[in-house]
Design a protein around this ligand. Structure first.
Ligand code: PCA
Length: 213
């Protein structure tokens, strides 16, 4: 199965974004995969994703993004149709309560079997959890655009979004919380892709992964 991996440029004052390094690592580990780097820019990121899908023609798309502060790989369950930026994107834009796609549905569920992905990563020794929100910044924007593309123009296209923690070099001063080696991210995401390939579309493992609040 041909796979498209995406990661992002650095943002928020960082000089690296481990999502890109992990996307490259996963693509290199798979027999038929490509990696593309997306700008951290509302609108342009979705357009770049769309171009990449048209060019690579993948059966599966896994977009990665950095979620500093999280301790594990976060398999995102749902993309919402809202851009609400608490910081400026890399082009200086800061939309508030604007739709990702005007007239689009309020939300899309991930096309990945999120529970099976979490289980597969854990079985590979890499901490992972279901996340109930991908936020309302550029990652959610790309996730929503991906799912909208799959729903409207891509029959058979499966995809989803995984947030990764900071890499160790980003938290070296010790004050910025948890981190994960990029090699572990690669191992966990590769296990998720194997799980997705082995799980019929529209089905998932039945395992708890919710949150109380
Ligand atoms: N993380 C941001 C955008 C780019 C990235 O890697 C987010 O979570 O929205």
């Amino acid at each position: 199965m041909r796979v498209l991996m995406t990661g992002f440029d650095p943002f928020g004052g960082e000089s690296v974004n481990p999502s890109w390094e992990a996307a490259v690592g996963v693509a290199e580990a798979l027999p038929d995969a490509a990696a593309r780097r997306l700008p951290v820019v509302f609108g342009a990121a979705g357009a770049a994703l769309r171009e990449a899908v048209a060019e690579v023609r993948p059966a599966l798309v896994v977009c990665l993004g950095q979620a500093g502060g999280r301790a594990e790989l976060s398999v995102e369950r749902v993309a919402v149709n809202v851009d609400d930026a608490s910081i400026a994107d890399n082009a200086g834009a800061r939309p508030v309560d604007e739709p990702v796609v005007p007239g689009g549905p309020a939300a899309y569920f991930s096309g990945l079997p999120v529970k099976a992905c979490v289980a597969a990563s854990r079985a590979a020794g890499v901490p992972a959890a279901v996340s109930q929100s991908a936020g309302t910044f550029v990652c959610n924007h790309v996730f929503y655009r991906l799912m909208h593309l799959a729903a409207t123009e891509g029959p058979g296209l499966r995809g989803g979004f995984v947030h990764v923690p900071y890499a160790p070099g980003q938290v070296a001063d010790g004050s910025r919380g948890p981190s994960m080696e990029v090699a572990s991210m690669v191992r966990g995401v590769a296990a998720m892709i194997a799980a997705a390939c082995g799980t019929p579309a529209g089905t998932d493992l039945r395992a708890p992964g919710g949150a109380v609040s």
